[in-house]
Ligand binder design. Structure first.
Ligand code: TXA
Ligand code: MG
Length: 329
């Protein structure tokens, strides 16, 4: 059930959360599946609904006036400065956790991920609720993240109390996850907050990719549509209507036909990020048997977009002059 985010319905959502249920919550990045972050039974429901493995920890979302000392042991100086400057915003910080944070939230880690979302509905909900809300993206584990209330309802509607309407997500890719608890700053997930901006502030920043799982976004297969997705450097003129079974995701080319979508005609990476997941969803449902997606320039938000595309992909596609040759990864 999608509910307009007015006072009455926010109260309904708060009540559902206090009773240990899950609700769909809009944020500026993607929609979250929120539950009381300090109630292990409520948190357990998130894992059940999403079919998420319990080794994958959750982010605690807080209101902008929330006193973090209740959930973290200490805050490194650099983290304090970043919060002051960029919260609310799409930067998630890894901090040493307090005992009151359930182990299920952190998958037994001694740290907890904390984020203050920059969306008026999320902020109102968090303030009315009065505590931290654990919220992963509101999709089945490993699938495309939802960027509209409609997408949440289509996938999880039957399993959750309600979803608050918050419009289309302004950013469209998940928050950047930064770990400042272990010496050199480490980015555990590329995301909405550009690496370049963090480097300006913090100096050298390590971008950790690979398979030592600390963030599920580090898993090799994630954010995936149902039909296989293959990546290429340029779709160009080869992607014409003759390939009806192939749906194409272009970066900036102007396109026609329902099997072809373009992320940003103006070559704007912020616009491309906003439409990434909704475009992939649309192509996934287009009736085609595979998606061919063009990589975007690998700078700023483009790094997060390419990261999502890579993790959602089954392999690479190469045009040999006559047809696309697929290479599984
Ligand atoms: O933009 C976002 O961050 C969205 C919206 C809903 O806020 N949330 C989101 O949550 O993307 P989720 O659960 O899909 O991704 C959270 C990531 C996971 O990859 C998880 O492994 C990582 O955060 N994470 C959580 N706690 C961690 C910790 N203590 N150390 C390292 N990684 C952690
Ligand atoms: Mg997710």
């Amino acid at each position: 059930m999608i509910l307009e985010a007015n006072e009455t319905n926010i109260e309904k959502a708060v009540l559902a959360l206090k009773e240990g249920n899950c609700v769909g919550m809009p944020t500026e990045t993607v929609y979250g599946l929120a539950a009381d972050g300090l109630n292990p039974r409520a948190v357990a429901q998130i894992f059940e609904i999403k079919k998420r493995p319990s080794f994958d920890p959750l982010i605690l979302h807080v209101a902008s006036d929330f006193d973090l000392s209740g959930i973290v042991k200490s805050i490194p100086l650099q983290a304090k400065q970043l919060m002051k400057q960029f919260w609310p915003g799409s930067l998630t910080l890894i901090l040493p956790k307090n005992i009151c944070v359930p182990d299920l939230v952190t998958s037994g880690l001694s740290t907890v991920a904390v984020r203050c979302p920059d969306h008026p509905v999320a902020q109102t909900l968090l303030k009315s609720f009065g505590g931290p809300l654990a919220a992963p993206s509101a999709n089945f584990f490993g699938r495309l993240s939802p960027t509209s209330a409609q997408s949440v309802e289509e996938e999880l509607g039957k399993k959750i109390a309600l979803t608050l309407e918050g419009g289309a997500c302004r950013v469209g890719v998940e928050s950047t996850i930064l770990d400042l608890t272990s010496g050199l700053p480490r980015i555990l997930r590329l995301g909405a907050f550009a690496v370049e901006k963090l480097e300006e502030i913090l100096g050298e920043v390590e971008v950790v990719t690979g398979s030592t799982i600390e963030a599920s976004g580090m898993l090799d297969n994630h954010y995936a549509p149902r039909i296989p997705l293959y990546l290429c450097d340029h779709l160009g003129a080869t992607a014409d209507q003759t390939f009806n079974h192939i749906a194409c995701l272009h970066f900036s080319q102007s396109v026609t036909g329902s099997n072809h979508l373009s992320l940003s005609l103006d070559k704007e990476l912020t616009e491309a990020a906003t439409s990434l997941f909704s475009s992939l969803r649309q192509l996934d449902q287009s009736g085609a048997s595979m998606i061919l997606a063009e990589l975007v320039p690998d700078v700023g938000l483009g790094r997060a977009i390419n990261d999502r595309l890579f993790k959602a992909s089954a392999g690479k596609a190469r045009w040999n002059g006559k047809k696309w040759c697929l290479e599984k990864r």
